[in-house]
Design a protein around this ligand. Structure first.
Ligand code: NAX
Length: 328
């Protein structure tokens, strides 16, 4: 039996992540093999020509679940009645641009998109921001649109997946053996992949991997700097793995979490772990299929606490840099 259709808006749909993402949504990998999808593809005016080519390719796949494709540069149309808004598009950082400039340019984009979502989307629309700086863009979007903070997320699943594979390879186990390896904080090089609370085949990770110097050194820096390493090797930033992580994020949020598993997503802090309330911060969470819960009771050593302090401070600085864009 078929479920009701889902309407999904994707911004930056003509970009490289968009190209890796749309075909996976249309084939049913994000919402399941029984859920028909409508795609609302949102781009800036100059990219509409390229977007038309993507639409042709979607047509040429004859996906049974794909009900319609709307291409537009008008956010009011793009976010109209959408159940999910996947905000992938963002202005890239150009040479000589300071981080504050990037924050402000993207702040303008995410203000407009937040307002358009608030005015046009379905009342329970869930928003996942990928475009960087994604945590602060998500905060701006949520405030500008008056959106329920519980419905607005930013993505750190790619960082979690990167960390999982590094740990699994070091321990010589399949990735499925590694659990509870959550990313904390900002999607930036200050993020903290918390290996101290992770498990391998149910045992504390620290009991299986005794090479503490590797964990604190090479492991952390590999995960934190993976984006830059991919640009250096490929000449372009991660796209297929980012799209894959977005598929994982939406599936994780829509599916009840099994057993003692957790997953990483940036969501509004409720004050847990001393993170100021409202800050969009990556935590380990679980889902019951419709709502998520920040996992409580995790203990951090002094080492872990020092890492959390750094990434929290960075997010506070980002919030401060865009304070004019955030209505109180
Ligand atoms: P591309 O430059 O290939 O594509 C971005 C697309 O967004 C372009 O087609 C552009 O026309 C469009 N765009 C710009 N402003 C827009 C607006 N106001 N409305 C609609 N569309 C707009 O970048 P891509 O490689 O696809 O990356 C997209 C974003 O993802 C970047 O900001 C990037 O930094 C970010 N990433 C975030 C990751 C995460 O884990 N959170 C990982 C991957 C990626 O680096």
């Amino acid at each position: 039996m078929s479920n009701s259709p889902v309407r999904v808006a994707v911004t930056g749909a003509a970009g490289q992540i968009g190209y890796a993402l749309l075909f996976r949504i249309a084939s049913g990998q994000m919402f399941g093999a029984d859920t028909p999808v409508h795609l609302n593809l949102v781009e800036i005016e100059p990219a509409l020509g390229a977007l038309e080519g993507v639409r042709m390719e979607l047509d040429d796949c004859a996906f049974p679940l794909l009900q319609s494709v709307t291409c537009t540069a008008d956010p009011a149309v793009g976010f109209g009645d959408c159940d999910w808004a996947l905000l992938v598009g963002a202005a890239p950082r150009k040479k000589g641009m300071e981080r504050a400039d990037l924050l402000n340019i993207n702040g303008g984009i995410f203000t407009g998109q937040g307002q358009a979502i608030g005015a046009n989307s379905s009342s329970n629309c869930r928003v996942v921001v990928v475009g960087n700086p994604c945590n602060t863009n998500a905060l701006i979007c949520q405030r500008a649109g008056g959106l329920d903070p519980k419905n607005v997320f930013a993505m750190t699943m790619l960082d979690e997946n990167r960390a999982l594979t590094q740990i699994a390879q070091k321990a010589g186990v399949p990735v499925t053996s590694v659990s509870r390896l959550a990313i904390w904080g900002n999607h930036s090089p200050t993020m903290y992949p918390d290996f101290e609370n992770a498990t391998i085949d149910g045992k504390p990770l620290n009991d299986v991997i005794s090479d503490r110097a590797w964990l604190e050194g090479e492991f952390l820096s590999t995960v934190q700097k993976r984006g830059a390493a991919i640009i250096a090797a490929r000449g372009a930033s991660s796209a297929a793995s980012a799209a894959n992580a977005l598929v994982d994020t939406v599936r994780n949020l829509r599916t009840p979490t099994k057993g003692d598993a957790v997953f990483s997503v940036c969501c509004a802090s409720d004050g847990s772990y001393g993170v100021p309330e409202g800050l969009v911060y990556s935590f380990p969470v679980t889902s019951n299929g419709s709502e998520y819960t920040i996992v409580s009771g995790i203990e951090h050593t002094e080492f872990g606490q020092s890492k959390l302090a750094i990434t929290t401070q960075e997010l506070l600085d980002e919030r401060d840099a865009v304070k004019d864009l955030i209505p109180a």
